[in-house]
Design a binder for this molecule. Structure first.
Ligand SMILES: Nc1nc2c(c(=O)[nH]1)N(C=O)[C@@H](CNc1ccc(C(=O)N[C@@H](CCC(=O)O)C(=O)O)cc1)CN2
Ligand SMILES: Nc1nc2c(ncn2[C@@H]2O[C@H](COP(=O)(O)OP(=O)(O)OP(=O)(O)O)[C@@H](O)[C@H]2O)c(=O)[nH]1
Ligand SMILES: [Mg+2]
Length: 436
């Protein structure tokens, strides 16, 4: 498979100023020659006429890279064509006729990984960078692409192997001049490592939230104005608003960007007991969504009881005292509040700023390159559990501690793809675009 020469249109489909076709594999030079562009100087932009079967395809700008000094590590080239559909179609047909195969999604980056040009976390960062729609997502992906995440994991692994070596020395040479008290030698290394891993796991959600969106849920009594506020925040009439209590049933999601961060905002059914099975299901879903959220905005209207907000709020939640144009809302125990009116717009800019500040507080650059995927968090958690088990076993059963540490090292290696990649490669690369 990797001996195939592959190609893909790397630019978005459709008409454009320029379309780029990239090629990679052993037949790149032969293919360029067959298209009437022999001996293109590596790493120099060259304008050549491309032809196939006597027909002129295009006047193209060509870049050629000679492996291993290329993105994929193989011989590769880029054809920068005029971005018309017919031109791109003619070039693609010619390439297929010459035995060059269309690439699978992510196949260029997969080859880069397999040729040691980048590790798996960096390959994932390539996909994240292409998908990035907010400044924070792009920053995070670029850091990961530059190897910040990988360096951290490699550092963890180095500490682990150091502790393992100490333990193995004790097992292999019990009578020699090796300190017999492992708790004194390997112990401190492992304690520090466990702290680092715990901190990494704790900050874990941050990276996933930057990548996938911070979850904010609007919740409260019926008729409080949740759907009105939802519409105000997403700046369109997305949710139905009526004076009838119990209007919203389904959870309604919208993606928006606040202060450079991706947010998923959810409108929910008003919380009340209902005999109507449809509304009761809506209320059940509202509660569930509120529990899973990163932030709950408790919307209250004048006259609403303090009730649900005081009972179910989590620390850090915010009360929105709505309908300021008609009256005031009594205070809610233990929670900050902001006064707004979705009708007049009063307080809405403050709310926006408050949310932006919260996002910056929860998501901005902490001391640790964030975990960006569930896959990473699972492995880190596994490594932490194994290190804790090793610490517990250290003095009583050093052999077992050694096994635990080998397990921890394996878990960490899976993140960067140093081992055990076959089962996850398909999953990682299938989410890529064609041409990456
Ligand atoms: N036209 C174009 N733009 C692009 C890319 C590309 O492949 N083509 N990239 C693709 O994602 C990104 C840039 N990343 C790249 C990383 C490495 C190499 C590369 O060929 N590296 C070789 C040779 C370096 C050199 O000759 O200066 C190497 O590191 O050995 C190319 C692009 C973004 N922009
Ligand atoms: N005066 C005034 N009325 C408002 C304000 N915000 C919402 N309303 C009105 O309050 C009523 C209920 O608003 P909704 O946004 O549907 O309330 P909700 O919380 O989504 O209600 P449910 O979906 O039934 O839980 C509507 O008639 C709105 O026009 C406000 O700031 N001032
Ligand atoms: Mg509603």
């Amino acid at each position: 498979m990797t001996n195939d020469t592959i190609f893909a249109i790397a630019t978005p489909p459709g008409r454009g100023a320029i379309a780029v076709i990239r090629l990679s594999g052993p037949q790149v030079e032969a293919t360029l020659t067959a298209l009437g562009a022999p001996k293109v100087k590596p790493r120099m932009a060259s304008v050549r006429d491309l032809t196939h079967g006597g027909a002129h395809i295009d006047q193209a700008l060509i870049l050629r890279f000679v492996g291993p000094h290329s993105y994929t590590g193989e011989d590769s080239a880029e054809l920068h064509l005029h971005g018309g559909r017919a031109v791109v179609e003619a070039a693609s047909s010619a390439l297929i006729a010459l035995g060059v195969r269309p690439a699978e999604p992510g196949e260029f980056t997969r080859r880069a990984f397999q040729n040691g040009r980048m590790d798996l976390a960096q390959a994932e960062a390539v996909a994240d960078l292409i998908d990035a729609e907010t400044a924070a997502q792009a920053r995070q992906a670029l850091g990961q692409l530059e190897g910040k995440l990988s360096e951290t994991y490699i550092g963890f692994r180095r500490d682990l192997l150091h502790a393992l070596a100490l333990i193995e020395a004790e097992i292999d040479f019990p009578d020699e001049e090796v300190p017999d008290n492992l708790a004194r030698t390997a112990g401190p290394v492992l304690v520090r490592l466990a702290e680092d891993l715990r901190r990494a796991v704790d900050t874990g959600r941050r990276g996933e939230r930057v990548r996938d969106g911070y979850r904010i849920v609007l919740i409260g009594e019926t008729n409080a104005g949740k759907s009105s506020l939802f519409n105000a925040l997403v700046a369109r009439e997305a949710a139905i608003v009526t004076p009838i209590a119990g209007t919203t049933r389904d959870v309604l999601d919208a993606d928006l960007v606040i202060g450079g961060y991706a947010v998923t905002l959810s409108d929910t059914a008003g919380l009340r007991d209902s005999d109507d099975p449809v509304e009761a299901e809506g209320v059940r879903r509202a509660r569930l969504r509120a529990e899973q959220a990163d932030l709950r905005l408790w919307v209250r209207a004048p006259g609403d009881p303090e009730g649900v907000a005081a009972d179910y709020a989590q620390s850090g939640d915010l009360v929105i005292a709505n309908k300021a144009d008609v009256g005031t809302v009594t205070a809610t125990r233990g929670l900050d509040s902001l006064t707004v009116s979705t009708q007049t717009g009063q307080g809405l800019p403050d709310l926006h700023d408050w949310i932006a500040a919260r996002l910056a507080r929860d998501l901005s650059g902490a001391d640790f390159p964030a975990i960006t995927r569930e896959r990473h968090r699972l492995r880190l958690t596994e490594a932490l559990a194994a290190v804790e088990a090793a610490l517990a076993a250290l003095d009583v059963a050093p052999e077992m501690a050694g096994d635990d540490l080998r397990r921890a090292a394996e878990a960490l290696s899976r993140v960067t793809g140093a081992i055990g990649v076959e089962d996850i490669l398909g999953q990682v690369f299938s989410t890529f675009c064609i041409g990456k």
